[in-house]
Design a protein. Structure first.
Length: 256
């Protein structure tokens, strides 16, 4: 890239209607920061979905590059008989306590570290019920590891109509924190198809449209989780008991 080209891009960025946090050059599966032109002659950096990566290019293209069709595959529901089985358990009545719902999600998140899980209909119903509780859901929005990705996609596979928006929005939040704005956008739009006014999904779309960098989004999410935890101390889970909830979510119910 010539100095003239770089100068033109910097001038163009200065006229953008929204703040430009960084300029990047992308070539194949590697990227270079134009904020440090002296590095352009180096090998660059690999484009990955590492959770520590904050390259702003991922706000718009996601990584690694893949087709929207491939990305959207994880949003598809399971077979109709499975959805019907889950729907028979929803809504759960009487509703479990928020603390029990939070423990069910935490236990499922721990198990998902091993990859996709085959959820029993009553277990899926319990987790979907948990995500419908706003405060319980919001204590989990900071999860951005592989286990969270598996958990939300597993729940989408099990979610009947009317229960899709929460896991889809959670997948959108997790994907955006990991730097994959393409999947985040698809998941948020999927959530809004099920529930047009779903606030969490609308918030993710607003962030992607504003090209907010993933690291800034993560900071905002972490702050929000701290605030929710402060307002709902009863949902705070002792990490020493995370694997031993009072009620096993695989049973699909909690004590009244």
């Amino acid at each position: 890239m010539s100095p003239d080209d770089l100068g033109f891009l910097l001038a163009l960025a200065a006229t953008a209607p929204l703040p430009v946090f960084s300029l990047l050059r992308v070539d194949g599966d590697r990227w270079w920061s134009l904020d440090h032109p002296e590095s352009l002659d180096g090998p660059g950096h690999p484009t990955t979905t590492d959770t520590t990566m904050t390259a702003e290019l991922l706000t718009t293209i996601g990584a690694p590059a893949t087709s929207r069709t491939d990305l959207a595959a994880c949003l598809q529901p399971g077979p109709q008989p499975l959805l019907d089985d889950v729907a028979q358990h929803l809504p759960i009545d009487p509703k479990p306590s928020p603390a029990d719902l939070r423990r069910a999600l935490q236990r499922a998140h721990h198990k998902a570290a091993d990859g996709p899980q085959a959820l029993a209909p009553d277990q899926a119903a319990l987790l979907l019920q948990a995500l419908r509780h706003t405060a319980v859901r919001d204590t989990c929005v900071g999860w951005r590891d592989d286990a969270a990705m598996w958990l939300w996609t597993d729940l989408l596979h099990n979610a009947p109509p009317g229960w899709i928006a929460p896991p889809a929005a959670m997948l959108a939040v997790t994907a955006y924190q990991r730097g994959n704005a393409v999947l985040a956008t698809l998941a948020a739009e999927h959530a809004l198809t099920d529930s047009p006014g779903y606030g969490l999904a609308r918030m993710v779309l607003a962030m992607t449209h504003a090209l907010i960098p993933p690291d800034k989004f993560r900071d905002a999410i972490d702050h929000a989780v701290q605030e929710v935890t402060r307002q709902h101390p009863d949902l705070t889970q002792d990490p020493t008991t995370a694997d031993h909830p009072r009620h096993d979510p695989e049973e699909g119910h909690t004590d009244a």
